[in-house]
Design a binder for this molecule. Structure first.
Ligand SMILES: *Cc1c(COP(=O)(O)O)cnc(C)c1O
Length: 376
């Protein structure tokens, strides 16, 4: 089942198969399929030979290496996991950018990245330019790094990874794509020309709302080395139990995404037909401005739908009336959840909601959301 080098990356298998087998070790009689978490900070060293593969957990750790093998297989590169998505993204930014550099960031992407750029990066003498995900894009002249986020969270605009990678490379810039919302089974930025993927594994990748995780993945071994050195020296590594939980959860990624996407399709169609819903975005809707790009670039459409009600009060009534929708930030989990983004200071409308469809029964979810909107 596994190739001679121990990796399991035969490109001929489909998503469900790849997710179940990603990163598993060679079968050993009497051993588990996925070995449990190894709880160790230091490991026994050879008394004379010194450091081996397992010496100190900040540098390398067996449970973490297995998770990295799994994510690397799915993204198509070398993966390095971090304690959170923000740890992975800031590791990339700080490993690559130097005083006098300019980075292009999504104006409508994950807001903590913009806050980091406007605070820490600016203080370090690193400029940032903010570009809306849907464009128009500048020519990237003078940019060291271009970070794209597609679909962008929370507005769900898309951008063309291949075309923008070509343009950025022509200007001498590196291209990073935040692949959090799509996950590696939804979109493969490295195959589309990006140099590096960064992502939060807290969302759909692990999907059970119980783990904080991040990763960077790249086919550029020199870049992987710089990021790994950064991680070793700054220390934002996930612990063994989180790595094991994440790895265990990836086995069901295909199944979870399939149900989330199906639920989102039904919910988006229902929302689009309601007069009290003033705006709906889901790239899978034929009427969505990003639909044709989504069909060309993505392998599946995520379970996240964004929509607007007339006011914050309407959203509160909707959330109170819904039995199957948890009011919560984050998204991509097995439980349907909704977040009114303006409560966090986002520049979204007061009635803007990011709805993350879980894996509940589609008919139950649709009935509950419809009834809750009717009562709101
Ligand atoms: C959540 C998120 C992050 C940050 O990830 P954490 O795991 O919360 O640190 C980064 N990018 C996007 C698109 C996200 O949704």
């Amino acid at each position: 089942m596994t190739s001679s080098d121990g990796s399991w990356s035969d490109g001929s298998w489909s998503d469900g198969t790849r997710a179940v087998h990603a990163g598993l070790p060679e079968p050993v009689v009497g051993e588990p399929f996925l070995p449990g978490p190894v709880f160790a900070a230091p490991f026994h060293l050879h008394p004379a030979d010194g450091p081996g593969q397992n010496d100190y957990a900040r540098t390398s750790h067996p449970t973490r290496r297995r998770l990295e093998a799994a994510i690397g297989e799915l993204e198509g590169g070398t993966a390095l996991v971090f304690a959170s998505g923000q740890a992975a993204i800031t590791a990339l930014l700080l490993a690559v950018l130097r005083a006098g550099d300019t980075v292009a960031l999504p104006a409508d992407g994950y807001f903590t990245v913009r806050a980091f750029a406007e605070g820490t990066l600016r203080d370090l003498g690193i400029d940032s330019i903010l570009v809306p995900t849907a464009g128009p894009y500048p020519d990237f002249a003078g940019c060291r790094l271009v970070l794209l986020e597609t679909p962008a969270n929370p507005g769900l605009d898309l951008c063309d990874i291949r075309a923008l990678s070509d343009a950025a490379h022509a200007a001498g810039a590196l291209v990073a794509v935040d692949n959090t919302t799509a996950t590696p089974l939804g979109q493969n930025p490295l195959a589309l020309g990006a140099d590096v993927v960064v992502a939060s594994g807290t969302k759909a990748l692990t999907g059970h709302s119980d783990v904080l995780l991040g990763y960077a993945a790249t086919t550029d071994e020199a870049l992987a080395g710089r990021i790994e050195t950064w991680r070793k020296q700054t220390g934002a590594v996930p612990g063994p139990f989180d790595c094991w939980l994440a790895h265990r959860s990836i086995a069901t990624l295909d199944l979870r995404l399939e149900r989330q996407s199906r639920n989102a399709a039904a919910v988006a169609a229902m929302l689009a037909a309601r007069p009290d819903v003033t705006a709906v975005r889901w790239p899978g809707l034929a009427s969505d401005p990003a639909h044709s790009l989504a069909r060309a670039q993505m392998r599946r459409i995520p379970g996240v739908v964004s929509f607007e009600l007339a006011s914050a009060d309407r959203v509160a009534k909707f959330l109170a009336a819904a039995e199957l929708v948890f009011a919560a930030t984050s998204f991509g989990g097995v439980h349907t959840s909704a977040d009114r983004r303006a409560q966090w200071g986002d520049d979204t409308a007061p009635g803007f909601v990011r709805l993350s469809c879980g894996i509940e029964d589609p008919a139950d979810l649709l009935a509950d959301l419809t009834a809750a909107l009717d009562r709101a």
